[in-house]
Design a protein around this ligand. Sequence first.
Ligand code: AMP
Ligand code: MN
Ligand code: MN
Ligand code: MN
Length: 298
Amino acid sequence: MLKVMIPTNATSEQAAIPESWQHLKIDLHTHSWCSDGALSPTELVSVAQEQDVKMLALTDHDSLDGLAEARQACHEAGIQFVNGMELSTQWKGIPLHVVVLGFDEGQPEVHQAVEHNQQIRKERAYRIALRLKRQGLPDIFDDVCKEAGDSQIGRPHFARVMVQRQLVKDEEAAFRQYLGNNKLGQIREVWPDMTDCLPKLSGCQLILAHPSRYKLTSSKLKRLLADFKACGGNGIEVSSGNDNPQLVRFHETLSRDLGLKASVGSDFHGHFGPWTNVGKFTPVDERQIDPVWYEWLS
Ligand code: AMP
Ligand code: MN
Ligand code: MN
Ligand code: MN
C-alpha cells in the first residue's frame, strides 16, 4: 500500500505524493573536471555517496563528456543518475545558464547545442587572452589551454593560471579584477540567444540556473522568466549553491506563480570552502512547488 503524507494545506494532487519521495536528498546541479570542477566524475559520485545523496545529476558547462562515467559510478553506488549539462546562453545580451536535465544521452539536439557552444568557448578563450594582453598582462593563452586540457575551457581556467603566475592573489581576485561581470574578461554576447537554442531542446527539462545570480530587478527577472517560458523553459532552480532561505522562499513563489517546475542543486565545483558540498543547499518547501525530480521517481 502507498504510504502518503497529507500536509494540512495540501491539494488532492499533492496528497497523492508518496512520503518516500519527500525530503529525498538530491542534487541536480554539479560539476566535474570535464568543465570547471576539481574532481573526476567518479570522485564526485564518491562525495555524493558520502553525503548520502540518493539522486544526482552531473551538469558540466557545455559538456556531456562525464555522463557515462558518472552514470556507471552512480550505478555502483546505488544513486539514481540523471543526465544533465549546464548550457551557456543569453537573453538581451545578459549571459544566462540553463540546466538541461533528463535527456537521452544520444539525443542529437543536445549534442548539437553542446558542440556549438564548445566552438564558442575556444574562440572566446582566445579573445579573452587577447584582451588581457592588450591590458598589459602577459600572454597566458597557451597556459590556459594547458590548464584546461580536455575540459571545456572557461574563465575559471584563466583564474587558476593568473594565480599560478602570481598575477593576482587568488581566483576571487582574478574574477573581481579581470574576469567577472562587466570586466574585460567577460565577453557578454557570444552565447546563442535563448530564443534560438531552447526551442530545439524541447523534450528536455529546461531549468533557469541560479535565478538570483544575474543581479536583475524582480520585474526584469519576471520578464526574463516569461520569455524563458515562451521559448520552452519549464523550470527554475529554487535553491542553488548558497542561496539563503529568504531568496529560496522568493524563488518558490516565482515558480508557483509562473507555473514553472522547481529544481535544486549545490552547484558544487569542489571542496573550495566549508560551505560547499554535494547535496548541500537551503532546503525547499516541497508543498509549495512542483519538483522536477518527481519525474524520475517511481
Ligand atoms: P564561464 O563558463 O567561462 O563563463 O565561467 C563561469 C564560471 O566561473 C562559473 O560557472 C563559476 O564556476 C565561475 N565563477 C563565476 N564567477 C566567479 C567568481 N566571482 N569567483 C570564482 N568563480 C567564479
Ligand atoms: Mn562553473
Ligand atoms: Mn552557472
Ligand atoms: Mn554550475
